[in-house]
Design a protein around this ligand. Structure first.
Ligand code: ADP
Ligand code: MG
Length: 457
């Protein structure tokens, strides 16, 4: 149960916070309705008590309902303690020595050191080298590289990266961090907006907002991931706005990511949105088939397992929404091949990925497609089958036919019948016309991809 509490806490407070404070807790005795938790120093005890005391009581109570109180004590030599729990490899390298009863130790004045955190929390797999560049992400990639090479250049501050889930925003931010650190002599802070909020609240609670502000404002590059999290969190937004201004005024670089463009983040304060849009705004578009293939090729090559082109194509066709899922599917294939020492074949793929593929195979109906497309382009549903030929009506109708062909197994004549008894050649024409337009017009292509994603999910 302690293990479960630990993993819950870790999920709530994040890896770094957890490692810094909570791995130092050891389990003491349970006495009636009270459990004792032991910490190596008085400072740690006070810190854990003020930051996590209530939460620890709650969690213990959920685990063992007879426990009503959590007592935090400084460990004394000879205390019967269960060792602290490590949830992963990394943690054990910083395992606390139970320097029991060290009450005289001078407590560090500041809570977690932002700079060192940040370095620690960069994922080393996410570098520019491992990022596969293609049409949909080349602009964002170029901007990220530029910022990593020359932080705070005019026109690139802030750098605002946005795009759908799993398209590489976090990857690019970590890559910027890694590159900057490699070049040395800069301090980089990376954290999710959620973490930012958590730290801000913790600082308020422990009356150390000044330290919090100072720490943040002392970095050369501040990166905040998934800013949409701050929607509706007005106080944290306000704090971020001030931090943002202070840093930009001092010539420091800011990098921010979100799932939408600044102007579409309607829950954010206007003045913040305005400032966010002031530098470089780079959109990561939905992946194309070509990019998905390139990413799969790169990852397969890195794994050392031979994956036939047919299998890669199959995956790139089936899993279109998000690179993370694509990667997950490939990893599973590779693990399977390694485990059983069998070559990867199309047949094996369908077998191993059975559940994933099924989820992506959800059949949409032509009616659903017509409805969604009509809503999206703001036309009447009846116009899907009407004879009207005005562009405003005909174009969405063509898109619906195109999607019907892509997403259902209906034949051209069948599709035609559902669109006011049109001829199969009309459908064929619509399909090729839409494909052609998607080639030429990126915004239109994105619209259609968006529809497809909505229909598929
Ligand atoms: P986001 O933050 O936009 O939701 P991530 O950066 O977490 O997405 O990316 C999800 C996964 O997909 C990560 O494992 C990342 O390495 C991988 N990924 C995304 N885009 C690419 C790319 N262009 N090349 C290589 N890997 C990618
Ligand atoms: Mg992310």
């Amino acid at each position: 149960s302690w293990l479960r509490i630990c993993s819950k806490l870790k999920g709530e407070v994040g890896e770094v916070e957890y490692r810094t404070w909570l791995t130092k807790i050891a389990l003491g005795p349970i006495d009636g309705d009270e459990i004792t938790l032991l910490l190596p120093t008085r400072f740690l005890r006070d810190w854990v008590r003020s930051q996590y005391g209530d939460r620890l009581s709650e969690l213990w109570n959920q685990e063992i309902s007879s426990i009503r109180r959590v007592e935090l004590q400084v460990a004394r030599p000879g205390d019967p303690v269960a060792p602290p729990i490590m949830l992963d490899e990394q943690v054990s390298s910083t395992a606390p020595t139970m320097a029991a009863g060290n009450d005289t130790e001078e407590a560090p004045r500041n809570p977690p050191e932002v700079k060192s955190d940040i370095v620690a929390s960069l994922d080393t797999r996410f570098t520019f080298d491992t990022f596969v560049v293609g049409k949909p992400n080349e602009f964002a990639y170029a901007c990220a590289r530029r910022v990593a090479e020359k932080p705070s250049s005019v026109g690139f501050n802030p750098l605002f990266l946005y795009g759908g889930v799993g398209l590489g925003k976090t990857h690019l931010m970590h890559a910027i961090g890694a590159e900057l650190l490699q070049r040395g002599n800069v301090s980089v802070a990376y954290m999710s907006a959620e973490k930012f909020m958590y730290r801000f609240i913790a600082a308020i609670r422990s009356q150390s907002t000044m330290e919090f502000k100072e720490q943040l404002r002392s970095v050369d590059v501040l990166m905040i991931d998934d800013l949409q999290f701050l929607i509706g969190k007005d106080n944290t937004q306000e704090e971020f706005f001030h931090t943002f201004n202070a840093l930009v005024d001092a010539g420091r670089q800011i990098v921010v990511s979100a799932d939408k463009s600044p102007s579409d983040l309607s829950g954010l304060e206007d003045r913040l949105r305005t400032r966010l849009g002031c530098g470089m705004v780079a959109d990561i578009h939905a992946t194309t088939f070509e990019l998905r293939i390139s990413i799969l090729e790169a990852k397969a090559a890195a794994s050392g397992v031979v994956v036939p082109a047919k299998v890669l194509e199959f995956l790139a066709h089936k899993i279109t929404s998000n690179v993370r899922e694509l990667e997950g599917a490939l990893n599973r294939l590779i693990a399977h091949a390694n485990l059983f020492g069998r070559p990867v074949t199309l047949e094996a793929t369908q077998d191993v990925l059975h559940d994933i593929l099924k989820a992506h195979d959800r059949r949409v109906t032509i009616e659903e497609i017509q409805k969604k497309v009509a809503e999206h382009w703001n036309i009447r549903l009846t116009d899907m089958s009407s004879a009207r030929r005005a562009r405003a009506v005909a174009r969405p109708r063509q898109v619906a036919m195109y999607l019907a062909k892509q997403l259902t197994s209906r034949s051209l004549p069948e599709i035609g019948r559902k669109f006011g008894n049109r001829d199969h050649t009309t459908v064929m024409h619509a399909v090729s016309r839409v494909a052609e337009l998607m080639e030429r017009d990126a915004a239109f292509a994105e619209d259609v991809e968006l529809m497809r994603r909505m229909l598929e999910s």
